[in-house]
Design a protein around this ligand. Structure first.
Ligand SMILES: [Cu+2]
Length: 139
């Protein structure tokens, strides 16, 4: 009886831990302040976390970028480039911040006046193809 209680308790605890871990991945948690104009973004082999950002047309957005990987990576939005039909081309000059392994820095840029879904990528050869890209939704 005692053993069954313990197993039930352990299972409940495991479920709670899994739920807590999932909640930690919620992108909304990564917004730094009430204005929603700043994101902490981690990058590595071969990802951005979070990989979905959003903001309002015309606003300034700051990315606090950390390279948690072991290679050079960059956060880039290429002017006039969009790699798939589902993405809009970025209208303004290129946005880029490149960091060595374990470096951190910040980058501030102005979102376009046109609403749309834009993409950000790492331009180091092979990294985009390995999945290192994300979306920036402008509303
Ligand atoms: Cu990269």
């Amino acid at each position: 009886m005692l053993r069954r209680l313990f197993v039930t308790f352990a299972l409940g605890l495991a479920v709670m831990l899994v739920l807590a871990a999932c909640n930690g991945d919620d992108d909304a948690d990564d917004i730094d302040n009430g204005n929603g104009d700043s994101y902490n973004v981690e990058m590595g082999e071969f990802y951005f976390d979070p990989d979905e950002l959003e903001g309002s047309a015309g606003q300034d957005l700051t990315i606090e970028l950390e390279n948690a990987g072991t290679q050079v990576h960059n956060f880039t939005i290429e002017a006039g480039e969009a790699r798939g039909d589902d993405f809009d081309a970025w209208p303004d000059s290129e946005v880029q911040l490149e960091l060595e392994a374990e470096e951190s820095d910040s980058l501030t840029f102005t979102l376009p006046d046109e609403a749309g879904t834009y993409e950000f990528v790492c331009t180091i050869p092979g990294h985009y193809e390995s999945g290192q890209w994300g979306t920036l939704t402008v509303e």
